[in-house]
Design a protein around this ligand. Structure first.
Ligand code: SAH
Ligand code: SF4
Ligand code: F3S
Length: 470
């Protein structure tokens, strides 16, 4: 009988994509995907280490699964992803009933490791080398991806897909675990990326989101030739069937004039730019080792405003980083007011073992202060987002329809003809409107009647003639 696998994914888009790959690989090996851990023979957790809370969530899920593992010792439990790479043996110590630990650079080993567990070979672990374990090139080789394996059934919608163009990170911001868990920065060969985009288009995908930790730093060197992000976008723009191209996450220092002009001149490329500032204070940015000042960030921001006046810019902020004073924090508030981001993800600083900040800086901002700053920054961000959205009132926006809105998915009568649908604009704004299920996957013109901080509410103007087959 075929093995049934269940996978739970937390963390960033990289993890969502990794889960898609792992499931595609396991299906090739005869596994079937199931919806609940109860019906599974094998339970996989794809984990994240970026904040302590993300790790605690997984350790607590592992605790919850323990009784069922005791009852059914043959159920295989695997921990993969960034926490697997970071904690390694610690996972076996904290949860001795875990059978397999696999880092994000070793995911291709999973089918074999699962066979080994079933053959009674005991616990299995596959992780990449640490940053200081060997020469850079050898460490880099131990972080592998096996991207071309795709499985549309794992995606939130069949017409949208992530496409990795870069793995790892070399920026070493002092608070961040990612350079340790994902290893050295490596651009994937452009030909591989383009051929993957073609496969995705053949599978009915209309929108691709290119992924990299600092995606706009993308470079691939082949003898003397260098392909940068702009050249790659030009190549991908030629792929028939792909109508929209997005890319996340951008590093402020690499947002060059050349790249912005490329975005402006290629109609399929979304003028949505996620460029995290992290803080509005130079002193904090310096301790974070972000490599830019607020003057640099503003210079970049003004370049965006000049070349791409229609662009939607979004950011991430960390509040309560080591030594952040009230004055520092007020500067983050001011930056949100000045840049009027489309949205910002706001995080309270969480000390991460193995990072520079954990070694040399004191986590001295009290928990309540972090929570209060988080709340206040979010309030300002929500106000400016709503004000910016209000500018779209009465306008028509082009929406790639994703499916039923969250509300409709929970409450709509399955027989209902008119249901609330949701999608996104080319600038990544969420739009809801009354429509029908068949519109999923279509590009529609929607007239904006109302707005909130996170959503545009509208009605359909025209019907797209090129609907794709699902
Ligand atoms: N590569 C991306 C983001 C990686 S992690 C970039 O450079 O922008 C996603 C976000 O998590 C970061 O932008 C940062 O805001 C937040 N983050 C990272 N480490 C954190 C930590 N130790 N505590 C709190 N937030 C953190
Ligand atoms: Fe982490 Fe900084 Fe790299 Fe982003 S750029 S992944 S925040 S080290
Ligand atoms: Fe988390 Fe790893 Fe992504 S630490 S944010 S899953 S790169």
């Amino acid at each position: 009988m075929s093995q049934r696998v269940y996978i739970k994914t937390v963390g960033c888009q990289m993890n969502v994509l990794d889960s898609e790959m792992v499931i595609a690989d396991l299906k090739r090996h005869g596994y079937t995907l199931v919806e609940t851990p109860e019906e599974a023979d094998c339970i996989l957790y794809n984990t994240c280490s970026v904040r302590e809370h993300a790790e605690e969530k997984i350790y607590s899920a592992l605790g919850t699964i323990r009784p069922s593992k005791q009852k059914q010792p043959d159920k295989i439990i695997g921990v993969m992803g960034c926490m697997a790479q970071k904690d390694q043996d610690i996972i076996f110590k904290r949860a001795p009933y875990v059978d397999m630990v696999v880092g994000p650079g070793q995911l291709h080993t999973i089918p074999d490791l699962l066979d080994n567990v079933r053959n009674g070979e005991g616990r299995q672990m596959a992780v990449s080398l640490g940053r200081k374990d060997d020469k850079q090139a050898i460490v880099a080789r131990s972080h592998e991806t096996f991207d071309p394996l795709r499985d549309p059934s794992m995606r939130p919608t069949p017409f949208q897909a992530y496409l990795r163009i870069q793995i790892g990170c070399d920026k070493f911001c002092t608070y961040c675990v990612v350079p340790n868990t994902r290893g050295p920065e490596q651009g994937r060969p452009p030909q591989q990326i383009v051929s993957e985009a073609r496969i995705l288009a053949e599978q009915g995908c209309r929108e691709i989101t290119l992924l990299g930790q600092t995606v706009n730093s993308y470079k691939f060197r082949d003898n003397g030739d260098v392909t940068d992000m702009s050249s790659l976008l030009e190549m991908l723009h030629e792929v028939d069937g792909i109508d929209r191209i997005k890319f996340v996450t951008n590093y402020p220092k690499d947002m060059t004039e050349r790249l912005l002009i490329t975005v402006r001149d290629l109609p399929k490329v979304s003028p949505y730019l996620h460029v995290p500032a992290q803080s509005g204070s130079d002193a904090v940015l310096k301790r974070m080792k972000r490599g830019y000042t607020i003057a640099d960030y503003m210079e970049m921001f003004e370049r965006i405003e000049r070349i791409l006046p229609e662009a939607a810019v979004s950011s991430d902020f960390i509040v309560g980083f080591c030594g952040e004073t009230d004055e520092d924090f007020e500067k983050s508030m001011a930056l949100v007011e000045r840049c009027r981001f489309k949205n910002s993800f706001i995080f309270q600083y969480s000390v991460r073992p193995g990072t520079k900040a954990s070694e040399i800086l004191e986590d001295d901002v009290p928990r309540e202060v972090k929570a209060d700053r988080n709340h206040r920054l979010l309030e300002v961000q929500n106000r400016v987002a709503k004000e910016e959205n209000a500018k779209l009132l009465g306008q028509d926006v082009q929406v790639l329809v994703e499916g039923l809105s969250k509300k409709a998915a929970e409450t709509a009568d399955p027989e209902a003809q008119v249901v609330q649908m949701t999608g996104r604009t080319q600038c990544d704004r969420i739009v809801v409107f009354d429509g029908n299920r068949r519109q999923a996957g279509q590009l529609l013109e929607v007239h904006v009647d109302d707005v909130s901080a996170h959503t545009l509410i509208g009605r359909v103007k025209t019907v797209d003639v090129v609907s794709i087959s699902l």
